[in-house]
Ligand binder design. Structure first.
Ligand code: AQP
Length: 326
């Protein structure tokens, strides 16, 4: 018996990276065992910033390949592409009419993305979290596994659900976020959140030599200027990643030996690389195999969309009736 319904999504904006994997996808896989899980490739979110048409198509397929290779199993979860279920955008409009602009302007992601895309700040970018609220609530999902950066958007989703319920009668649950112990991975620059759209990511399907080069040049504890200086793993992004991929013994040793300068950053990175690749290589092999049968992937996505259309259609009907539409 499932403990409840889960919804989460990922944008097809580029190569899926360690942050997405550790902050969200690893958790998505585990949750399939106990929850009814709906996972979505959110292409309408991906077009809120400038994009290339052909790249978007390729990214949608690559996102599906990556998620399946990471262990999502269409027999035990629903995987689909957002735009195939138009009720997401229909519900967004209703929610727009309940959402003060000030709430949206205060969102940290909007402020950060507006800085990155100064020439191109669209309504879509501002409205991103309302669409996200509709993604979750169109399935009346109770839980949303996300990275720390998305917590503010889940809070907004709860506010939107509350506003709808107060105005039109009890309809939506107030969903809770589910965070992993490592819910924020910084980029290779050590300063900003690892992001697909920034040049600071390590893609989980990138070739081993590329991954090594990115790890080798990643920023660690910047106060450690020389090999003989002791380091501080507490402020080192790579130690955060060690705790995910390295054994408890390796992590404990690195924690100890970094503080006494017995181990240097290059050696530490080599250990991390080996442990990480032992984990990622089977995923990479599975992805290569999946790419050989694109028709099977498209068929899984189509089936997922059909299942979602049924739920979303019913919820939208209830929403229209309560809101006095038709
Ligand atoms: N650096 C991160 N650490 C932990 N979790 C992360 N997530 C993203 N980056 C990190 C989580 O991954 C899930 C999918 O993210 P998304 O594709 O919906 O959008 P995002 O958060 O905007 O991810 P990116 O990589 O930064 O994409 P772009 O650059 O296109 O905006 C979410 O659960 C997110 O929390």
């Amino acid at each position: 018996m499932a403990k409840g319904r889960i919804f989460s999504g990922i944008q097809p904006t580029g190569i899926i990276h360690l942050g997405n994997y550790v902050g969200a996808i690893q958790q998505w896989v585990k949750l399939m065992q106990n929850y009814e899980c709906i996972y979505c490739i959110v292409d309408y979110h991906a077009i809120t910033i400038e994009y290339e048409v052909t790249a978007l198509r390729d990214n949608i397929m690559e996102a599906a390949v990556t998620l399946l290779a990471c262990g999502l199993d269409p027999e035990h979860c629903t995987l689909f592409v957002q735009s195939r279920v138009p009720e997401h955008t229909e519900l967004t409009w209703i929610f727009n009419c309940l959402s003060p602009i000030g709430d949206l302007e205060r969102m940290t992601q909007f402020k950060e993305k507006s800085q990155q895309h100064r020439e191109d700040i669209t309504m879509g970018l501002l409205d991103y979290p309302v669409l996200q609220a509709a993604d979750i609530l169109i399935y009346k999902a109770g839980f949303v596994p996300v990275g720390e950066d998305q917590v503010q958007h889940i809070e907004l989703t709860r506010r939107i659900a509350r506003r709808f319920n107060n105005r039109f009668g009890e309809t939506f649950p107030e969903p809770q976020e589910i965070l992993t112990p490592t819910s924020r991975i910084m980029g290779t620059d050590g300063k900003t959140k690892m992001s697909k759209s920034l040049n600071n990511y390590i893609g989980i399907l990138e070739p081993p030599d590329v991954i090594w080069e990115k790890l080798r040049t990643s920023v660690t504890d910047e106060n450690r200027k020389r090999r003989s200086d002791p380091g501080n793993p507490d402020i080192c992004n790579l130690f955060t990643i060690h705790k995910v991929f390295s054994s408890a013994d390796d992590s404990a040793r690195i924690n100890r030996e970094c503080r006494t300068a017995e181990i240097g950053c290059v050696e530490c990175k080599k250990i991390l690389y080996n442990n990480m690749m032992a984990h990622l290589q089977p995923i990479q092999q599975k992805a290569n195999k999946l790419r050989e049968t694109p028709a099977a992937i498209i068929s899984a996505l189509n089936e997922g969309a059909e299942r979602c259309k049924k739920i979303a259609g019913q919820v939208m009907q209830e929403v229209r009736e309560k809101a006095g539409i038709r």
